[in-house]
Design a protein around this ligand. Structure first.
Ligand code: ADP
Ligand code: MG
Length: 280
């Protein structure tokens, strides 16, 4: 549904995006991870047509986004940008929803809105002024507003920044559900490793102006096998299907099989820091 090819964006002589390539499928939730200043917001802004790339292509449903009808594009692609929880404190949640629907020129679909309010656990507060809400509730409302146009693609720039752990966990769970239930593709940027861990899906890493794609699932499927080999005891780490490895070891020689412990933080830090070597 979204395809970014050879995207390049520079600011003066600052080559922020050098050669960015990735695809996003329907209903997929993907974490865009990168250090501060690595270009995550720049990439999001290019997808939102707020910045024009120097070269390369961004395709949405196989159409170059600059050729897409604007009204249609912005009803299908929605975003909540960093520190833009611009909900109005003196309005209630419902009044905010009605106000923003008006701005977006869409009729309020109350059934859908109630579904969202319920989903984000703020239904019972929908007629309370937003000024009385916690930061987490305001952020939930801001996400609901970004979903009003029933987009196919939702871009969230640091959606959990500054939130307490409970709001963070609940927002991530809801987003994961929505991706599945409503087939919404979600691309969210973060530099918080616990968020990546909670999403527990595909991660794309932006570093040195390029994307590295990997899935945390690869790391989950690692096993440690301990077995006797002659008089020695050998420990071996195996990825993926362990059956083939087991065939090569006599059953009576196997001492134990454990899931290899994965330290996600360590893996990600290692990956992020590889870029340091090039001096960026
Ligand atoms: N409008 C702009 N003009 C000049 N430089 C910019 C602009 N926007 C971002 N940058 C630079 O691009 C780099 C990437 O920024 P950004 O995309 O905000 O990173 P991130 O969101 O990953 O923290 C930074 O070095 C930043 O200073
Ligand atoms: Mg940013």
């Amino acid at each position: 549904m979204l395809e970014v090819c050879n995207l390049k964006k520079t600011f003066g002589d600052n080559e922020v995006l050098k050669d960015v390539n990735f695809k996003l499928e329907n209903g997929e939730i993907v974490c865009l991870l990168g250090k501060n200043g690595s270009g995550k917001s720049t990439l999001i802004n290019c997808i939102l047509r707020m910045l024009q790339q120097d070269s390369g292509h961004i395709l949405f449903d196989n159409i170059e986004i600059s050729d897409y009808n604007s009204k249609k594009y912005f009803s299908e692609v929605s975003a909540l940008l960093e520190s833009s929880a611009n909900v109005y404190s003196y309005l209630t949640a419902m009044q905010n929803i009605e106000y923003f629907s008006g701005l977006l020129n869409i009729d309020v679909n109350y059934e859908y809105v109630n579904f969202l309010l319920n989903k984000f656990s703020i239904y019972e507060f929908k007629n309370k002024k937003v000024g009385t809400y916690s930061l987490g509730m305001r952020q939930k409302l801001a996400i609901i507003i970004s979903l009003l146009s029933e987009p196919k693609l939702l871009l969230l720039d640091e959606p959990t920044l500054g939130l307490d752990i409970e709001s963070k966990v609940s927002i991530i769970k809801i987003l994961k559900d929505l991706a599945i239930q409503k087939k919404i593709s979600i691309l969210l940027t973060t530099h918080q490793i616990d968020v990546v861990e909670k999403i527990n899906g595909r991660v794309i890493l932006l570093k040195d102006g390029m994307i590295e794609d990997f899935s945390l699932h690869e790391y989950e499927k690692k096993f440690m096998i301990k077995y006797k080999e002659g008089s020695k005891i050998v420990s071996k780490q195996v990825s993926g299907n362990i059956i083939n490895t087991l065939y090569s070891i006599k059953l009576e020689n196997i001492i134990e099989i454990n899931r290899a412990e994965i330290d996600l933080e360590e893996i990600l830090m290692e990956k992020l820091n590889e870029s340091n070597k090039s001096g960026i």
